[in-house]
Write a protein that binds this ligand. Structure first.
Ligand SMILES: [Ca+2]
Ligand SMILES: [Ca+2]
Ligand SMILES: [Ca+2]
Length: 351
């Protein structure tokens, strides 16, 4: 493969301040050929890869830490570099084989966004391409010249492989598989709690139900959470959760029929998930009973407890802090002796 000394022109203009132009070109050619064909491997530091936040060529901000739970391949490029171009089909092969298990980021510290857009289009690149306008590449203290360079970062964010110069897909594939086997992906989602606002309620009234779900695996996943009463679905919500995180989903339910219902939630199985026992959480029973006027605490009987609720709000109008709409039994926007008398006529009634 022919190598063009133009590839590293800008860098050589900085570094090679002395000597003739011919000597500079010869030195550049020799150095780059050595780098490109043999590669310059150097001891892997086992350091945590420094985090960064960049904006890709489509204007989307991203950080290395966003991908902490997967394997990341950093590909430092310079668009005129022929070996950078030659490496792209090898990276594409990895991209297609490993899918979401491997995130590739091609980053240039020397090209304009417009040039990178053309590079991405001409080379049919599907992964992240970004301009390094924060000097991130320099944090790796790479030997000059350093385009292309491959850096592999494991699931724990540790630099595990560094290579300056062209490297083919067979070498990279072996390294990626090694990391995948060392840190296998674990897909495991779970429902850890179902908590209704009320367990006894008049029918045709609504209650909220909180469902807590967790990602107990080590990779980000998307899944559905389905809430049931008996065998009927109350609702479904889609969740996207990073590894180790949990979230609370709120459902609303208004049973139309009087009865006792078993409330339970399930998380849909995610690809590769083995542990399914924690995908199901059964809360237990929730009761919808006939509406009973003056049963303000929904316990199925009008008694002193309901009177005490009216008493707390006695004298209140909607402007007052202790206002209780439920205690205004005659709906005249004031809680007074009339509401007490209605409660008295209902006293002792049960559903
Ligand atoms: Ca599970
Ligand atoms: Ca009651
Ligand atoms: Ca009233």
């Amino acid at each position: 493969m022919e190598f063009s000394s133009i590839t590293y022109k800008s860098q050589f203009e900085i570094v090679l301040l002395g000597g003739t132009a011919r000597m500079e070109r010869a030195f550049a050619l020799l150095t780059c050929m050595i780098v490109a064909f043999l590669g310059v491997g150097f001891a892997v530091a086992q350091d945590i890869a420094p985090d960064f936040t960049l904006t890709d060529i489509d204007g989307v901000e991203f950080s290395l830490s966003d991908y902490r739970n997967g394997i990341v391949l950093l590909n430092f490029i310079s668009c005129p570099c022929r070996f950078c171009v030659a490496e792209i089909p090898h990276l594409r092969s990895l991209y297609e084989e490993f899918g979401e298990d491997l995130t590739i980021m091609s980053i240039s510290d020397s090209d304009s966004v417009e040039t990178l857009r053309e590079f991405k289009q001409e080379n049919n690149i599907d992964w992240i391409v970004s301009r390094d306008d924060i000097g991130y590449t320099e944090s790796y203290d790479l030997p000059f010249p350093y385009h292309p360079t491959i850096i592999l970062i494991d699931r724990e964010g540790v630099i595990r492989y560094e290579r300056v110069g062209f490297v083919d897909k067979f070498v990279l594939r072996s390294e990626v598989i090694k990391l995948l086997q060392e840190f296998p992906a674990v897909n495991d989602v779970a429902v850890s709690d179902v908590r209704p606002q009320r367990v006894v309620m008049p029918n045709n009234t609504s209650t909220s139900i909180n469902v807590t779900v967790e990602n107990q695996g080590n990779v980000g996943v998307a899944f559905n959470v389905i809430l049931h009463c008996n065998l009927t679905q109350i609702g479904t919500q889609e969740v996207i959760l990073d590894a180790g995180l949990s979230t609370v989903l709120t459902f609303h339910w208004a049973p139309t029929l009087v009865g006792t219902y078993t409330l339970w939630a399930e998380a849909s199985q995610v690809p590769g998930e083995v542990n399914l026992t924690n995908n199901l959480f059964v809360f237990g029973n929730i009761t919808a009973q006939a509406f009973l006027p003056a049963d303000l605490n929904y316990d199925g009987i009008v008694n002193v407890l309901d009177f005490s609720i009216v008493a707390v709000a006695f004298g209140c109008t909607p402007e007052d802090l202790d206002w209780n709409e439920m205690a205004d039994l005659n709906n005249d926007l004031i809680i007074n002796i009339l509401d007490i008398s209605i409660a008295a006529t209902e006293f002792g009634k049960t559903v």
